[in-house]
Design a protein around this ligand. Structure first.
Ligand code: NOJ
Length: 572
Protein backbone atom coordinates (compact mmCIF):
# COMPACT_ATOMS: atom_id res chain seq x y z
CA UNK A 1 0.00 0.00 0.00
CA UNK A 2 1.03 3.56 -0.48
CA UNK A 3 2.94 5.01 2.41
CA UNK A 4 2.19 8.51 1.23
CA UNK A 5 5.47 8.94 -0.61
CA UNK A 6 5.53 10.94 -3.79
CA UNK A 7 6.46 8.95 -6.89
CA UNK A 8 10.01 10.26 -6.79
CA UNK A 9 10.81 9.47 -3.19
CA UNK A 10 9.24 6.06 -2.80
CA UNK A 11 10.68 3.90 -0.07
CA UNK A 12 9.23 0.56 0.87
CA UNK A 13 7.64 0.81 4.27
CA UNK A 14 6.04 -2.28 5.66
CA UNK A 15 2.36 -1.96 6.18
CA UNK A 16 1.57 -2.24 9.88
CA UNK A 17 -0.72 -5.26 10.12
CA UNK A 18 -2.51 -3.60 13.01
CA UNK A 19 -3.45 -0.53 10.98
CA UNK A 20 -6.94 -0.31 9.59
CA UNK A 21 -7.32 -0.32 5.82
CA UNK A 22 -10.25 -0.54 3.41
CA UNK A 23 -8.92 -3.76 1.93
CA UNK A 24 -8.63 -5.45 5.30
CA UNK A 25 -12.28 -4.72 5.99
CA UNK A 26 -13.33 -5.71 2.50
CA UNK A 27 -15.05 -8.81 1.23
CA UNK A 28 -13.71 -9.47 -2.26
CA UNK A 29 -15.64 -11.33 -4.97
CA UNK A 30 -13.86 -13.24 -7.71
CA UNK A 31 -15.30 -13.16 -11.21
CA UNK A 32 -14.16 -15.76 -13.74
CA UNK A 33 -15.30 -13.85 -16.83
CA UNK A 34 -15.55 -16.83 -19.14
CA UNK A 35 -18.30 -18.32 -16.98
CA UNK A 36 -20.05 -15.31 -15.47
CA UNK A 37 -22.55 -13.85 -17.96
CA UNK A 38 -22.68 -13.93 -21.75
CA UNK A 39 -24.44 -11.14 -23.66
CA UNK A 40 -23.49 -11.88 -27.26
CA UNK A 41 -24.55 -15.51 -27.47
CA UNK A 42 -21.11 -16.99 -28.17
CA UNK A 43 -21.32 -19.21 -25.10
CA UNK A 44 -18.54 -17.34 -23.32
CA UNK A 45 -19.08 -14.67 -20.67
CA UNK A 46 -18.07 -11.08 -21.45
CA UNK A 47 -17.49 -7.67 -19.90
CA UNK A 48 -20.91 -6.27 -20.91
CA UNK A 49 -22.26 -9.34 -19.10
CA UNK A 50 -20.45 -8.32 -15.92
CA UNK A 51 -21.78 -4.78 -16.32
CA UNK A 52 -25.32 -6.19 -16.35
CA UNK A 53 -24.65 -7.75 -12.96
CA UNK A 54 -23.09 -4.81 -11.15
CA UNK A 55 -26.34 -4.28 -9.24
CA UNK A 56 -26.23 -7.90 -8.17
CA UNK A 57 -22.72 -7.39 -6.79
CA UNK A 58 -23.76 -4.22 -5.04
CA UNK A 59 -26.74 -5.94 -3.52
CA UNK A 60 -24.56 -8.77 -2.25
CA UNK A 61 -22.59 -6.17 -0.32
CA UNK A 62 -19.09 -6.97 -1.55
CA UNK A 63 -16.43 -4.24 -1.58
CA UNK A 64 -14.19 -5.26 -4.45
CA UNK A 65 -14.01 -7.57 -7.43
CA UNK A 66 -11.01 -9.60 -8.51
CA UNK A 67 -11.39 -10.17 -12.22
CA UNK A 68 -9.61 -13.20 -13.64
CA UNK A 69 -7.72 -12.39 -16.88
CA UNK A 70 -9.59 -10.60 -19.66
CA UNK A 71 -6.46 -9.72 -21.65
CA UNK A 72 -5.88 -10.83 -25.23
CA UNK A 73 -5.10 -14.51 -25.18
CA UNK A 74 -5.29 -17.62 -27.34
CA UNK A 75 -7.04 -19.17 -24.30
CA UNK A 76 -4.85 -22.23 -23.94
CA UNK A 77 -5.31 -21.79 -20.19
CA UNK A 78 -8.46 -19.65 -20.20
CA UNK A 79 -6.64 -16.35 -20.31
CA UNK A 80 -3.72 -17.20 -18.02
CA UNK A 81 -1.73 -17.27 -21.27
CA UNK A 82 -1.56 -13.62 -22.31
CA UNK A 83 -0.56 -12.53 -25.81
CA UNK A 84 -1.08 -8.79 -25.25
CA UNK A 85 -1.17 -7.32 -21.76
CA UNK A 86 -2.60 -4.02 -22.98
CA UNK A 87 -5.53 -5.36 -24.97
CA UNK A 88 -8.82 -6.96 -23.96
CA UNK A 89 -9.60 -10.27 -25.62
CA UNK A 90 -12.24 -9.90 -28.34
CA UNK A 91 -14.45 -12.51 -26.74
CA UNK A 92 -14.73 -10.31 -23.63
CA UNK A 93 -15.12 -6.91 -25.35
CA UNK A 94 -12.68 -4.02 -25.62
CA UNK A 95 -10.96 -1.38 -23.52
CA UNK A 96 -13.98 0.86 -23.67
CA UNK A 97 -16.15 -1.90 -22.18
CA UNK A 98 -13.53 -2.36 -19.50
CA UNK A 99 -13.44 1.33 -18.66
CA UNK A 100 -17.22 1.44 -18.44
CA UNK A 101 -17.20 -1.52 -16.11
CA UNK A 102 -14.57 0.11 -13.90
CA UNK A 103 -16.57 3.35 -13.75
CA UNK A 104 -19.79 1.52 -12.92
CA UNK A 105 -18.12 -0.43 -10.13
CA UNK A 106 -16.49 2.70 -8.76
CA UNK A 107 -19.86 4.51 -8.84
CA UNK A 108 -21.02 1.92 -6.35
CA UNK A 109 -17.83 2.08 -4.26
CA UNK A 110 -16.77 -1.34 -5.50
CA UNK A 111 -13.06 -1.55 -6.26
CA UNK A 112 -11.46 -3.62 -9.01
CA UNK A 113 -8.41 -5.87 -8.80
CA UNK A 114 -6.97 -7.26 -12.03
CA UNK A 115 -5.06 -10.50 -12.41
CA UNK A 116 -1.33 -10.02 -12.96
CA UNK A 117 0.14 -13.01 -14.80
CA UNK A 118 3.85 -12.37 -15.21
CA UNK A 119 5.53 -15.66 -14.43
CA UNK A 120 4.85 -16.48 -18.07
CA UNK A 121 3.24 -15.10 -21.21
CA UNK A 122 1.55 -16.87 -24.08
CA UNK A 123 3.86 -18.29 -26.76
CA UNK A 124 1.85 -16.00 -29.04
CA UNK A 125 3.02 -12.88 -27.20
CA UNK A 126 5.20 -10.63 -29.35
CA UNK A 127 8.08 -10.98 -26.84
CA UNK A 128 8.13 -14.75 -27.31
CA UNK A 129 7.71 -14.53 -31.07
CA UNK A 130 10.71 -12.21 -31.29
CA UNK A 131 12.63 -14.24 -28.73
CA UNK A 132 12.10 -17.41 -30.71
CA UNK A 133 13.59 -15.62 -33.73
CA UNK A 134 16.55 -14.59 -31.58
CA UNK A 135 15.81 -10.88 -32.05
CA UNK A 136 17.47 -8.53 -29.61
CA UNK A 137 16.65 -7.44 -26.98
CA UNK A 138 14.09 -10.24 -26.69
CA UNK A 139 16.47 -13.15 -27.24
CA UNK A 140 16.98 -13.53 -23.50
CA UNK A 141 13.38 -12.79 -22.36
CA UNK A 142 12.67 -16.49 -21.71
CA UNK A 143 14.65 -19.51 -20.51
CA UNK A 144 16.26 -20.99 -23.61
CA UNK A 145 18.69 -23.92 -23.60
CA UNK A 146 20.35 -25.45 -26.61
CA UNK A 147 21.00 -29.16 -26.81
CA UNK A 148 19.85 -32.53 -28.02
CA UNK A 149 16.19 -32.24 -29.17
CA UNK A 150 15.52 -35.60 -27.52
CA UNK A 151 16.97 -34.68 -24.14
CA UNK A 152 15.39 -31.86 -22.11
CA UNK A 153 17.94 -29.65 -20.29
CA UNK A 154 16.87 -30.90 -16.86
CA UNK A 155 14.34 -33.19 -15.21
CA UNK A 156 11.84 -30.53 -14.07
CA UNK A 157 8.14 -31.31 -14.29
CA UNK A 158 5.55 -28.88 -15.48
CA UNK A 159 2.91 -28.21 -12.81
CA UNK A 160 0.37 -29.31 -15.42
CA UNK A 161 2.19 -32.63 -15.89
CA UNK A 162 4.92 -33.83 -18.25
CA UNK A 163 8.28 -32.16 -18.80
CA UNK A 164 8.65 -28.43 -18.10
CA UNK A 165 10.59 -28.11 -21.37
CA UNK A 166 9.48 -27.99 -24.99
CA UNK A 167 11.73 -27.91 -28.02
CA UNK A 168 11.27 -25.04 -30.42
CA UNK A 169 12.15 -25.91 -34.00
CA UNK A 170 12.47 -22.31 -35.06
CA UNK A 171 15.10 -21.34 -32.48
CA UNK A 172 16.38 -24.90 -32.30
CA UNK A 173 16.45 -24.77 -28.54
CA UNK A 174 14.44 -25.81 -25.52
CA UNK A 175 12.31 -23.32 -23.59
CA UNK A 176 11.01 -23.62 -20.04
CA UNK A 177 7.31 -23.64 -19.16
CA UNK A 178 6.23 -24.43 -15.63
CA UNK A 179 2.63 -24.67 -16.87
CA UNK A 180 1.34 -25.47 -20.37
CA UNK A 181 3.73 -25.54 -23.33
CA UNK A 182 1.89 -22.48 -24.60
CA UNK A 183 2.92 -20.60 -21.43
CA UNK A 184 6.69 -20.00 -21.65
CA UNK A 185 8.27 -18.67 -18.42
CA UNK A 186 9.63 -15.14 -18.50
CA UNK A 187 13.27 -14.80 -17.52
CA UNK A 188 13.04 -12.53 -14.49
CA UNK A 189 16.84 -12.49 -14.21
CA UNK A 190 16.85 -10.20 -17.22
CA UNK A 191 16.37 -6.58 -16.00
CA UNK A 192 14.79 -5.61 -19.34
CA UNK A 193 11.99 -8.14 -18.73
CA UNK A 194 11.34 -6.65 -15.33
CA UNK A 195 11.31 -3.09 -16.73
CA UNK A 196 8.76 -4.07 -19.37
CA UNK A 197 6.58 -5.76 -16.76
CA UNK A 198 6.68 -2.74 -14.43
CA UNK A 199 5.79 -0.40 -17.25
CA UNK A 200 2.79 -2.55 -18.12
CA UNK A 201 1.68 -2.71 -14.48
CA UNK A 202 1.83 1.08 -14.21
CA UNK A 203 -0.12 1.36 -17.47
CA UNK A 204 -2.99 -0.51 -15.80
CA UNK A 205 -2.70 1.39 -12.55
CA UNK A 206 -2.91 4.63 -14.55
CA UNK A 207 -6.28 3.41 -15.77
CA UNK A 208 -7.51 3.68 -12.19
CA UNK A 209 -7.70 0.06 -11.12
CA UNK A 210 -7.28 -0.61 -7.42
CA UNK A 211 -4.79 -3.45 -7.34
CA UNK A 212 -3.77 -6.88 -8.48
CA UNK A 213 -4.02 -10.53 -7.66
CA UNK A 214 -0.53 -11.85 -8.39
CA UNK A 215 -0.68 -15.14 -10.28
CA UNK A 216 1.70 -17.98 -9.33
CA UNK A 217 4.02 -15.31 -8.10
CA UNK A 218 6.31 -17.38 -5.87
CA UNK A 219 7.59 -19.07 -9.04
CA UNK A 220 9.30 -16.03 -10.57
CA UNK A 221 12.83 -16.95 -9.48
CA UNK A 222 14.53 -20.13 -10.66
CA UNK A 223 17.69 -21.56 -9.11
CA UNK A 224 20.96 -20.53 -10.77
CA UNK A 225 22.01 -23.07 -13.39
CA UNK A 226 18.58 -24.76 -13.39
CA UNK A 227 19.85 -27.93 -11.66
CA UNK A 228 18.01 -31.26 -11.68
CA UNK A 229 15.41 -31.73 -8.96
CA UNK A 230 14.65 -34.60 -6.59
CA UNK A 231 12.82 -37.12 -8.81
CA UNK A 232 10.83 -38.49 -5.86
CA UNK A 233 8.94 -35.20 -5.36
CA UNK A 234 5.46 -34.97 -6.78
CA UNK A 235 6.62 -32.08 -8.99
CA UNK A 236 10.24 -32.76 -9.85
CA UNK A 237 12.31 -29.59 -9.58
CA UNK A 238 9.95 -27.82 -7.20
CA UNK A 239 12.76 -27.04 -4.74
CA UNK A 240 14.40 -25.01 -7.52
CA UNK A 241 11.47 -22.88 -8.56
CA UNK A 242 9.07 -22.45 -5.62
CA UNK A 243 10.26 -19.50 -3.47
CA UNK A 244 13.51 -19.33 -5.49
CA UNK A 245 16.67 -17.46 -4.49
CA UNK A 246 15.83 -14.03 -5.97
CA UNK A 247 12.11 -14.05 -5.27
CA UNK A 248 12.18 -11.42 -2.53
CA UNK A 249 14.32 -9.10 -4.64
CA UNK A 250 11.90 -9.36 -7.55
CA UNK A 251 8.75 -8.90 -5.51
CA UNK A 252 10.24 -6.02 -3.53
CA UNK A 253 11.24 -4.33 -6.75
CA UNK A 254 7.85 -4.94 -8.35
CA UNK A 255 6.24 -3.35 -5.33
CA UNK A 256 8.57 -0.36 -5.19
CA UNK A 257 8.39 0.35 -8.90
CA UNK A 258 4.65 0.00 -9.28
CA UNK A 259 1.95 -0.37 -6.62
CA UNK A 260 3.84 1.60 -3.99
CA UNK A 261 3.44 4.70 -6.15
CA UNK A 262 -0.32 4.27 -6.30
CA UNK A 263 -2.82 3.42 -3.62
CA UNK A 264 -3.03 -0.12 -4.94
CA UNK A 265 -3.40 -3.39 -3.10
CA UNK A 266 -1.85 -6.77 -3.90
CA UNK A 267 -2.87 -10.28 -2.97
CA UNK A 268 -0.48 -13.06 -3.84
CA UNK A 269 -1.33 -16.50 -5.10
CA UNK A 270 1.44 -18.72 -3.80
CA UNK A 271 0.99 -22.45 -4.00
CA UNK A 272 2.70 -24.76 -1.57
CA UNK A 273 3.72 -22.21 1.05
CA UNK A 274 3.51 -22.42 4.83
CA UNK A 275 2.39 -19.60 7.07
CA UNK A 276 6.06 -19.03 7.91
CA UNK A 277 6.88 -18.52 4.23
CA UNK A 278 3.95 -16.11 4.04
CA UNK A 279 5.59 -13.90 6.68
CA UNK A 280 8.60 -13.44 4.45
CA UNK A 281 6.41 -12.10 1.69
CA UNK A 282 3.97 -9.92 3.57
CA UNK A 283 5.35 -9.59 7.07
CA UNK A 284 6.98 -6.48 8.45
CA UNK A 285 10.31 -7.17 6.73
CA UNK A 286 8.61 -8.69 3.71
CA UNK A 287 8.38 -7.56 0.13
CA UNK A 288 5.44 -5.21 0.42
CA UNK A 289 2.88 -7.77 -0.77
CA UNK A 290 -0.26 -6.78 1.13
CA UNK A 291 -1.71 -10.24 1.67
CA UNK A 292 -1.36 -13.81 0.60
CA UNK A 293 -4.11 -16.36 0.02
CA UNK A 294 -4.62 -18.80 2.86
CA UNK A 295 -4.98 -22.06 0.91
CA UNK A 296 -5.94 -24.45 3.68
CA UNK A 297 -6.07 -27.45 1.33
CA UNK A 298 -2.37 -27.06 0.57
CA UNK A 299 -1.38 -28.38 3.98
CA UNK A 300 -3.78 -31.34 3.98
CA UNK A 301 -2.86 -34.84 2.82
CA UNK A 302 0.71 -35.83 2.04
CA UNK A 303 3.05 -36.33 -0.87
CA UNK A 304 2.58 -40.08 -0.45
CA UNK A 305 -1.22 -40.01 -0.86
CA UNK A 306 -2.30 -42.13 -3.83
CA UNK A 307 -2.87 -39.75 -6.72
CA UNK A 308 -6.06 -41.30 -8.03
CA UNK A 309 -7.87 -41.67 -4.73
CA UNK A 310 -9.77 -38.90 -2.97
CA UNK A 311 -7.74 -37.11 -0.32
CA UNK A 312 -8.20 -38.43 3.18
CA UNK A 313 -8.30 -35.58 5.67
CA UNK A 314 -9.57 -35.01 9.19
CA UNK A 315 -10.97 -31.99 10.97
CA UNK A 316 -8.22 -31.89 13.65
CA UNK A 317 -5.69 -31.66 10.78
CA UNK A 318 -7.61 -28.76 9.25
CA UNK A 319 -8.02 -27.13 12.67
CA UNK A 320 -4.28 -27.24 13.20
CA UNK A 321 -3.50 -25.72 9.79
CA UNK A 322 -6.06 -22.96 10.15
CA UNK A 323 -4.73 -22.14 13.62
CA UNK A 324 -1.18 -21.87 12.26
CA UNK A 325 -2.28 -19.40 9.62
CA UNK A 326 -4.68 -17.47 11.80
CA UNK A 327 -2.45 -17.13 14.87
CA UNK A 328 0.99 -17.36 13.25
CA UNK A 329 0.43 -14.24 11.19
CA UNK A 330 -1.56 -12.22 13.75
CA UNK A 331 0.01 -8.83 14.34
CA UNK A 332 2.62 -9.66 11.70
CA UNK A 333 0.95 -10.00 8.33
CA UNK A 334 -2.41 -10.09 6.61
CA UNK A 335 -4.00 -13.10 4.93
CA UNK A 336 -6.82 -13.69 2.50
CA UNK A 337 -8.96 -16.71 3.48
CA UNK A 338 -10.42 -18.57 0.55
CA UNK A 339 -12.33 -21.81 0.11
CA UNK A 340 -13.10 -21.64 -3.60
CA UNK A 341 -11.64 -20.19 -6.75
CA UNK A 342 -11.44 -21.16 -10.41
CA UNK A 343 -8.77 -23.78 -9.64
CA UNK A 344 -10.80 -25.61 -7.04
CA UNK A 345 -13.86 -27.83 -6.92
CA UNK A 346 -16.99 -26.42 -5.33
CA UNK A 347 -16.63 -26.26 -1.55
CA UNK A 348 -20.02 -27.84 -0.84
CA UNK A 349 -18.94 -30.94 -2.76
CA UNK A 350 -15.36 -31.07 -1.44
CA UNK A 351 -15.45 -29.65 2.08
CA UNK A 352 -19.16 -29.98 2.77
CA UNK A 353 -22.01 -32.31 1.89
CA UNK A 354 -24.22 -32.24 -1.20
CA UNK A 355 -26.88 -34.02 0.83
CA UNK A 356 -26.95 -31.11 3.28
CA UNK A 357 -26.26 -28.56 0.60
CA UNK A 358 -27.84 -25.46 2.06
CA UNK A 359 -26.62 -26.21 5.59
CA UNK A 360 -23.07 -27.04 4.56
CA UNK A 361 -22.82 -24.11 2.12
CA UNK A 362 -23.88 -21.69 4.83
CA UNK A 363 -21.64 -23.35 7.41
CA UNK A 364 -18.67 -23.02 5.07
CA UNK A 365 -19.64 -19.42 4.37
CA UNK A 366 -19.68 -18.76 8.11
CA UNK A 367 -16.19 -20.23 8.39
CA UNK A 368 -14.89 -18.17 5.45
CA UNK A 369 -16.34 -14.89 6.67
CA UNK A 370 -15.40 -15.18 10.33
CA UNK A 371 -11.69 -15.78 9.92
CA UNK A 372 -9.08 -13.09 10.39
CA UNK A 373 -8.08 -11.60 7.03
CA UNK A 374 -9.79 -10.51 3.85
CA UNK A 375 -12.17 -13.23 2.64
CA UNK A 376 -12.49 -13.92 -1.08
CA UNK A 377 -15.86 -15.27 -2.24
CA UNK A 378 -15.89 -17.02 -5.62
CA UNK A 379 -18.79 -16.58 -8.06
CA UNK A 380 -21.55 -19.07 -7.27
CA UNK A 381 -20.17 -19.89 -3.82
CA UNK A 382 -22.80 -17.52 -2.42
CA UNK A 383 -25.46 -19.80 -3.98
CA UNK A 384 -23.96 -23.07 -2.78
CA UNK A 385 -23.15 -24.20 -6.34
CA UNK A 386 -21.96 -27.81 -6.51
CA UNK A 387 -19.64 -30.00 -8.58
CA UNK A 388 -20.89 -31.50 -11.85
CA UNK A 389 -20.58 -35.11 -12.99
CA UNK A 390 -18.19 -35.53 -15.93
CA UNK A 391 -18.56 -38.75 -17.93
CA UNK A 392 -15.57 -38.50 -20.24
CA UNK A 393 -12.35 -36.62 -20.78
CA UNK A 394 -13.93 -34.80 -23.75
CA UNK A 395 -16.34 -33.00 -21.44
CA UNK A 396 -13.50 -31.36 -19.53
CA UNK A 397 -12.19 -27.93 -20.43
CA UNK A 398 -9.20 -27.71 -18.09
CA UNK A 399 -5.87 -28.44 -19.81
CA UNK A 400 -4.17 -29.43 -16.56
CA UNK A 401 -6.71 -32.11 -15.59
CA UNK A 402 -6.71 -33.49 -19.14
CA UNK A 403 -2.94 -33.57 -19.28
CA UNK A 404 -2.61 -35.25 -15.89
CA UNK A 405 -5.06 -37.97 -16.89
CA UNK A 406 -3.54 -38.47 -20.33
CA UNK A 407 -0.04 -38.75 -18.84
CA UNK A 408 -1.23 -41.22 -16.21
CA UNK A 409 -2.82 -43.36 -18.92
CA UNK A 410 0.33 -43.17 -21.07
CA UNK A 411 2.52 -44.10 -18.07
CA UNK A 412 0.24 -47.03 -17.26
CA UNK A 413 -0.65 -45.62 -13.82
CA UNK A 414 -4.33 -45.85 -14.68
CA UNK A 415 -6.22 -47.78 -17.35
CA UNK A 416 -8.50 -44.99 -18.53
CA UNK A 417 -11.02 -42.32 -17.56
CA UNK A 418 -12.97 -44.69 -15.28
CA UNK A 419 -9.95 -45.08 -12.96
CA UNK A 420 -9.75 -41.32 -12.62
CA UNK A 421 -13.51 -40.64 -12.55
CA UNK A 422 -13.90 -40.35 -8.76
CA UNK A 423 -11.00 -37.97 -8.34
CA UNK A 424 -11.95 -35.90 -11.39
CA UNK A 425 -15.52 -35.59 -10.22
CA UNK A 426 -14.36 -34.55 -6.77
CA UNK A 427 -11.38 -32.37 -7.54
CA UNK A 428 -11.06 -31.13 -11.13
CA UNK A 429 -10.66 -27.39 -11.64
CA UNK A 430 -13.58 -27.54 -14.07
CA UNK A 431 -16.13 -27.76 -11.25
CA UNK A 432 -15.41 -24.19 -10.31
CA UNK A 433 -15.67 -23.09 -13.93
CA UNK A 434 -19.14 -24.23 -14.95
CA UNK A 435 -21.40 -21.30 -15.86
CA UNK A 436 -22.84 -19.12 -13.14
CA UNK A 437 -26.47 -20.06 -12.42
CA UNK A 438 -28.69 -16.99 -12.71
CA UNK A 439 -32.15 -18.41 -13.52
CA UNK A 440 -34.00 -21.67 -14.05
CA UNK A 441 -34.29 -20.83 -17.79
CA UNK A 442 -32.19 -22.16 -20.67
CA UNK A 443 -28.51 -22.58 -19.73
CA UNK A 444 -29.25 -21.13 -16.30
CA UNK A 445 -29.60 -17.69 -17.89
CA UNK A 446 -25.85 -17.65 -18.59
CA UNK A 447 -26.02 -17.64 -22.41
CA UNK A 448 -28.42 -17.88 -25.36
CA UNK A 449 -25.77 -19.85 -27.23
CA UNK A 450 -23.92 -23.07 -26.51
CA UNK A 451 -22.10 -22.71 -23.20
CA UNK A 452 -18.34 -23.34 -23.50
CA UNK A 453 -18.53 -25.73 -20.52
CA UNK A 454 -21.58 -27.65 -19.47
CA UNK A 455 -24.06 -26.06 -17.10
CA UNK A 456 -24.63 -27.99 -13.89
CA UNK A 457 -27.94 -29.87 -14.10
CA UNK A 458 -28.93 -28.61 -10.68
CA UNK A 459 -29.45 -25.05 -12.03
CA UNK A 460 -33.22 -25.33 -11.81
CA UNK A 461 -32.81 -25.69 -8.05
CA UNK A 462 -29.74 -23.55 -7.46
CA UNK A 463 -29.92 -20.13 -9.10
CA UNK A 464 -29.92 -16.45 -8.22
CA UNK A 465 -33.57 -15.83 -9.17
CA UNK A 466 -34.77 -18.50 -6.84
CA UNK A 467 -32.60 -17.42 -3.94
CA UNK A 468 -32.72 -13.65 -4.24
CA UNK A 469 -35.87 -13.05 -2.18
CA UNK A 470 -35.92 -16.25 -0.17
CA UNK A 471 -35.10 -15.44 3.46
CA UNK A 472 -33.86 -19.00 3.99
CA UNK A 473 -31.56 -19.13 0.97
CA UNK A 474 -27.78 -19.45 0.92
CA UNK A 475 -27.59 -16.14 -0.95
CA UNK A 476 -29.59 -14.31 1.72
CA UNK A 477 -27.39 -15.85 4.39
CA UNK A 478 -24.26 -14.64 2.58
CA UNK A 479 -25.67 -11.10 2.50
CA UNK A 480 -26.26 -11.34 6.25
CA UNK A 481 -22.76 -12.69 6.84
CA UNK A 482 -21.20 -9.89 4.81
CA UNK A 483 -23.22 -7.30 6.74
CA UNK A 484 -22.25 -8.88 10.03
CA UNK A 485 -18.60 -8.70 9.13
CA UNK A 486 -18.90 -5.09 8.05
CA UNK A 487 -20.56 -4.19 11.32
CA UNK A 488 -18.12 -5.99 13.61
CA UNK A 489 -14.42 -5.21 13.47
CA UNK A 490 -13.79 -8.12 15.79
CA UNK A 491 -14.48 -10.41 12.83
CA UNK A 492 -11.92 -8.56 10.73
CA UNK A 493 -9.10 -7.77 13.12
CA UNK A 494 -9.77 -9.93 16.18
CA UNK A 495 -7.25 -12.51 17.41
CA UNK A 496 -8.13 -16.13 16.75
CA UNK A 497 -8.14 -18.85 19.44
CA UNK A 498 -9.18 -22.41 18.64
CA UNK A 499 -11.34 -24.59 20.94
CA UNK A 500 -11.66 -28.40 20.84
CA UNK A 501 -8.45 -28.96 18.79
CA UNK A 502 -9.07 -32.72 18.63
CA UNK A 503 -12.78 -32.79 17.97
CA UNK A 504 -13.70 -34.87 14.92
CA UNK A 505 -16.55 -32.67 13.77
CA UNK A 506 -16.74 -29.42 15.73
CA UNK A 507 -14.57 -26.50 14.70
CA UNK A 508 -14.98 -23.63 17.15
CA UNK A 509 -12.97 -20.50 17.81
CA UNK A 510 -13.10 -17.21 19.59
CA UNK A 511 -12.09 -13.91 18.00
CA UNK A 512 -11.08 -11.12 20.37
CA UNK A 513 -10.50 -7.43 19.76
CA UNK A 514 -10.21 -5.35 22.92
CA UNK A 515 -13.44 -5.93 24.83
CA UNK A 516 -15.25 -7.32 21.80
CA UNK A 517 -15.49 -11.03 21.29
CA UNK A 518 -17.05 -13.44 18.84
CA UNK A 519 -17.57 -17.15 19.37
CA UNK A 520 -18.01 -19.22 16.24
CA UNK A 521 -19.19 -22.83 16.44
CA UNK A 522 -19.38 -25.07 13.34
CA UNK A 523 -20.54 -28.66 13.16
CA UNK A 524 -18.63 -30.10 10.21
CA UNK A 525 -20.61 -33.35 9.80
CA UNK A 526 -23.76 -35.10 8.57
CA UNK A 527 -24.52 -36.10 12.17
CA UNK A 528 -25.76 -34.02 15.07
CA UNK A 529 -23.44 -33.64 18.04
CA UNK A 530 -23.25 -31.99 21.45
CA UNK A 531 -20.29 -30.26 23.03
CA UNK A 532 -19.79 -28.59 26.38
CA UNK A 533 -19.28 -24.83 26.16
CA UNK A 534 -15.62 -24.15 25.49
CA UNK A 535 -13.34 -23.87 28.53
CA UNK A 536 -12.47 -20.42 29.75
CA UNK A 537 -15.17 -18.66 27.71
CA UNK A 538 -17.62 -16.52 29.70
CA UNK A 539 -20.60 -17.89 27.83
CA UNK A 540 -23.15 -15.82 29.69
CA UNK A 541 -21.88 -12.71 27.95
CA UNK A 542 -22.59 -14.01 24.47
CA UNK A 543 -25.66 -13.50 22.33
CA UNK A 544 -26.54 -15.09 19.04
CA UNK A 545 -25.78 -12.80 16.09
CA UNK A 546 -26.31 -15.21 13.19
CA UNK A 547 -27.02 -18.90 12.69
CA UNK A 548 -27.80 -21.09 9.71
CA UNK A 549 -30.48 -23.08 11.62
CA UNK A 550 -33.62 -21.45 12.98
CA UNK A 551 -33.42 -23.50 16.17
CA UNK A 552 -30.14 -22.03 17.41
CA UNK A 553 -30.58 -20.79 20.99
CA UNK A 554 -30.03 -17.11 21.79
CA UNK A 555 -27.12 -17.85 24.14
CA UNK A 556 -24.53 -20.63 23.99
CA UNK A 557 -25.56 -22.29 27.30
CA UNK A 558 -23.50 -24.93 29.10
CA UNK A 559 -24.02 -27.46 26.33
CA UNK A 560 -24.28 -26.82 22.60
CA UNK A 561 -26.45 -29.32 20.76
CA UNK A 562 -25.62 -28.90 17.10
CA UNK A 563 -27.53 -30.11 14.05
CA UNK A 564 -25.69 -31.42 10.98
CA UNK A 565 -23.61 -28.63 9.41
CA UNK A 566 -24.90 -26.11 11.92
CA UNK A 567 -23.08 -22.79 12.20
CA UNK A 568 -23.53 -20.17 14.90
CA UNK A 569 -21.91 -16.82 15.48
CA UNK A 570 -22.24 -15.38 19.01
CA UNK A 571 -21.04 -11.91 19.92
CA UNK A 572 -20.12 -10.44 23.30
C1 NOJ B 1 -2.76 -19.99 -11.29
C2 NOJ B 1 -4.09 -19.74 -11.91
O1 NOJ B 1 -5.02 -19.55 -10.88
C3 NOJ B 1 -4.39 -20.94 -12.76
O2 NOJ B 1 -5.71 -20.93 -13.24
C4 NOJ B 1 -3.41 -20.96 -13.91
O3 NOJ B 1 -3.59 -22.15 -14.64
C5 NOJ B 1 -1.96 -20.94 -13.40
N1 NOJ B 1 -1.77 -20.01 -12.32
C6 NOJ B 1 -1.04 -20.54 -14.50
O4 NOJ B 1 -1.20 -19.17 -14.78
Amino acid sequence: MSSGNTPDTYVRTADDPNDEDWWKEAVIYQIYPKSFNDTDGDGVGDIPGIRQKVDYLDDLGIDAVWLSPVYQSPQADNGYDISDYRAIDDQYGDLEDFEELLAELHDRDIRLLMDLVVNHTSDEHEWFQRSRRGEEPYDDYYYWREGDPDQPPNNWDSIFGGSAWSYDDERQAWYLHLFDEKQPDLNWRNPAVREDVYEMVRWWLDRGIDGFRLDAVNLLSKAEGLPDGDPTDRITGQEHFFNGPEIHTYLGELHDRTVERYDAVTVAEMGGITHEDALEYCGEDGDGVDMVFQFLWDGLGGDDDPEWEPMDWTLPELASIVTDWQTGLAGEAWVAPVLENHDQPRSVSWWGSEEYRRASATMLGTFLLTMRGTPFVYQGEELGMTNVEFDSLDELGDPSTKQRVENAIADGDIGGFEDARTVINLESRDHGRTPMQWTDGTNAGFTDGDPWLKVNEDYTEINVDRQRDDPASTLTYYRELIDLRHENDVLVYGDFALHYPDHESVLAYTRTLGDDRALIVLNWADDPTTVAAPDGVAIDDFELALANHRTAPATPGERLALDPWEARVYLA
